[in-house]
Design a protein around this ligand. Structure first.
Ligand code: CO8
Length: 257
């Protein structure tokens, strides 16, 4: 049996994880999600890795949770399985995570892409939360993250009808970072990942946390977090290096200390 998730390669400081269940459009079964979190934990501990790209294939990033795996599950089973424990780890991952999306990103696939820090999408990508058509609803953040990105009025329409959200609309709503032709998706994701990988990893992590505070907390709480995070930067060697490099008119070499 082929691996449901492939650590394709590590290109310098950038690791690429590829969802690999092409026969079912990368439907997210429990084994795949467990493997994804295991891989992320390993990459978290690898100091040489400073950014991660999560991708699928040309036809699908992921077409949602595996419906065949869910079809016969009882309420008691789904409740007790607590499958979302692994999902909660993804937004807490401290290194930058970029979703490179081609084709379908539906249901859990859309939620997985939205759990990443940024999405690079091809013009033919299709997002959406079609769970309503299965008699259920999103369970891994779809109602929350789509609403924050699109606003109530438009999110309601997509969530209640389950209709596809074209990449162009997702881009215009701010859900997608960059929209590029199909063949340039990985190139663009790699370029972005490599650029961020050159920055101070500590500052990158703190900025990530601060941005999520902006989404999840009242402004003053976020401002307080930001101020303390700013102070924390002054405890790093990277801050000394960054400012010294500016004065010496050279490129800084950040070490993550
Ligand atoms: N689960 C299982 N199998 C799938 C899934 C899926 N989500 N999506 C596609 N497949 C399978 C198909 O059954 C088919 O298998 P087979 O060849 O054996 O018949 C194969 O993939 C190819 O699919 P299609 O023939 O249907 O391909 P099309 O190009 O005709 O259509 C679509 C593509 C439109 C994407 C269509 O496959 C589709 O509608 N898929 C289901 C999309 C969906 O409803 N997603 C939401 C699932 S529910 C969910 O995500 C809940 C999230 C809760 C939290 C997350 C927990 C993990």
């Amino acid at each position: 049996m082929s691996q449901p998730l492939v650590l394709k390669n590590i290109e310098g400081p950038v690791a690429i994880l590829r969802l690999n269940r092409p026969q079912v459009l990368n439907a997210l079964n429990l084994a795949l999600m467990d493997e994804l979190v295991d891989q992320l934990k390993a990459l978290q501990d690898d100091d040489s890795v400073r950014a991660i790209i999560l991708t699928g294939n040309e036809k699908a990033f992921a077409a949602g949770a595996d419906i065949d795996e869910m079809a016969d599950v009882s309420l008691a089973e789904i409740k007790m399985k607590n499958q979302f424990l692994v999902w909660d780890i993804i937004p807490r991952f401290t290194k930058p995570l970029i979703a490179a999306v081609q084709g379908y990103a539906l249901g859990g696939g859309c939620e997985l892409a939205m759990s990443c820090d940024m999405i690079i999408a091809s013009e033919n990508a299709v997002f959406g939360q079609p769970e309503i058509n299965l008699g259920v609803m999103p369970g891994a953040g779809g109602t929350q993250r789509l609403t924050k990105a699109l606003g109530k009025a438009r999110a309601m329409e997509y969530l209640l009808t389950g209709k596809p959200l074209p990449a162009r609309v997702a881009y215009e709503c701010g859900l997608v970072t960059k929209l590029v032709p199909d063949e340039l998706v990985m190139q663009e994701a790699l370029s972005l990942a490599h650029e961020i990988a050159q920055k101070s990893p500590v500052a990158v992590t703190l900025i990530k946390e601060a941005v999520y505070k902006a989404l999840d907390t009242p402004t003053q709480v976020g401002m307080d977090f930001e101020r303390n995070a700013f102070y924390m930067c002054f405890g790093t060697e990277d801050r000394v290096e960054g400012m010294k490099a500016f004065q010496e008119k050279r490129t800084p070499q950040f070490k993550g200390r």
